[in-house]
Design a protein around this ligand. Structure first.
Ligand code: ADP
Ligand code: MG
Length: 327
């Protein structure tokens, strides 16, 4: 079974950042409102995430580490309107096959917490009691220790951590209601408290995307035909030489989409000088049945049911907002 898992792991576990992404999505699926993330050596030595979600029962602990053990899709209908972030049921199994993984968890109902560790070629597991508040801790040590070829492809600690930080940044930008603490090699990188109003959201935005961006952007808020758009749009004076501040979230998911990219680019066309990149953090919300988020397993792509409508809505609202503030 370990071999099959390792093959599957190739699809999910590209690098430490992909592990972090899968683990955090599981935490959010479990309704966590607090994430404590500890990373060591760019995630190669250690990735540890503690959440305060609903936890995993003792009986389900081992199951959670086996392939296709998802608890998340029950009927075909669910597939068509995936509300939760995960759906494949093999991320944990894949990660466990290429690392030393420990899962500790406690639910409201249990007398005490349980923990499971995987070891050995056949993914043997051992369940034992432990101490843990309601929620789950996933600890991944020595990533790719048993797949040297993959390990060789890892970049420097710094580069791998940059990828991790980017994943966490996207989550922090899409879930203002969640407290997020991030440490790297014991050093605090993020200490983000859950936001309860627009001022706190703006503070988080400034913290993650620089105060200059917040100062030199306009906020947008628009609604039409079942579509809602809000967020920050950088003014032409906010000059970024690189396309590194372009965030677009569809129903809370970070997305890179051609329809979206085109609409934004068109909207900026008249107001940006050649060579400049638009900066934005935008949120589009629409009914889940009008967008298919399962186009690709990495889940960066989406397919809109009415892409023309979405495109024109984005373009017209952004263009109008930018035209209002342009000289
Ligand atoms: P998927 O998320 O696609 O269902 P995973 O392999 O990522 O598959 O996780 C397997 C299962 O383990 C999940 O369906 C869930 O039941 C359980 N699980 C994993 N992480 C957590 C967590 N942090 N809190 C609660 N349950 C979890
Ligand atoms: Mg998952």
């Amino acid at each position: 079974p370990r071999l099959a898992n390792q093959i599957a792991a190739g699809e999910v576990v590209e690098r430490p950042a992909s592990v972090v992404k899968e683990i955090l999505e599981n935490s959010l699926d479990a309704d966590a409102r607090r994430l404590d993330i500890d990373i060591e050596e760019g995630g190669i030595k250690l990735i540890r995430v503690r959440d305060n979600g609903h936890g995993i029962d003792q009986e389900d602990l081992t199951l959670a580490l086996s392939r296709h053990a998802t608890s998340k899709i029950l009927v075909l209908d669910d597939l068509e309107a995936v509300a939760t972030l995960g759906f494949r049921g093999e991320a944990l199994a894949s990660i466990a096959s290429v690392s030393r993984l420990t899962l500790s968890s406690q639910t409201e109902a249990q007398e005490h917490a349980w923990q499971v560790t995987t070891f050995g070629r056949d993914m043997e597991t051992e369940v034992s009691p432990c101490s843990h508040p309601t929620g789950t801790t996933v600890e991944v040590r020595d990533l790719f220790f048993n797949t040297p070829a993959r390990r060789k492809f890892l970049k420097t600690e710094k580069t791998e951590f940059t990828h991790i930080q980017e994943i966490i940044k996207r989550i922090a930008l899409s879930r203002y209601d969640v407290t997020i603490n991030l440490r790297h090699n014991g050093r605090q990188i993020y200490a983000l408290k859950a936001c309860s109003n627009a001022v706190e959201q703006e503070r988080r935005m400034a913290m993650l995307c620089t105060p200059e961006f917040v100062d030199q952007s306009i906020t947008i808020e628009a609604e039409a035909s079942g579509l809602r758009l809000w967020g920050w749009v950088g003014l032409p004076t906010f000059n970024r030489s690189q396309a590194d501040l372009q965030y677009f979230f569809v129903n809370g998911r970070s997305v890179r989409d051609r329809v979206v990219a085109h609409a934004v680019k068109q909207a900026y066309r008249d107001v940006l000088f050649h060579g400049r990149h638009p900066a934005y953090a935008l949120y589009l919300e629409l009914a889940p049945e009008n967008v298919d988020v399962n186009v690709h397993p990495t889940k960066h792509e989406v397919r809109f049911r009415e892409s023309r409508l979405v495109h024109d809505f984005l373009f017209s609202r952004l263009h109008r907002a930018l035209a209002d503030v342009s000289p």
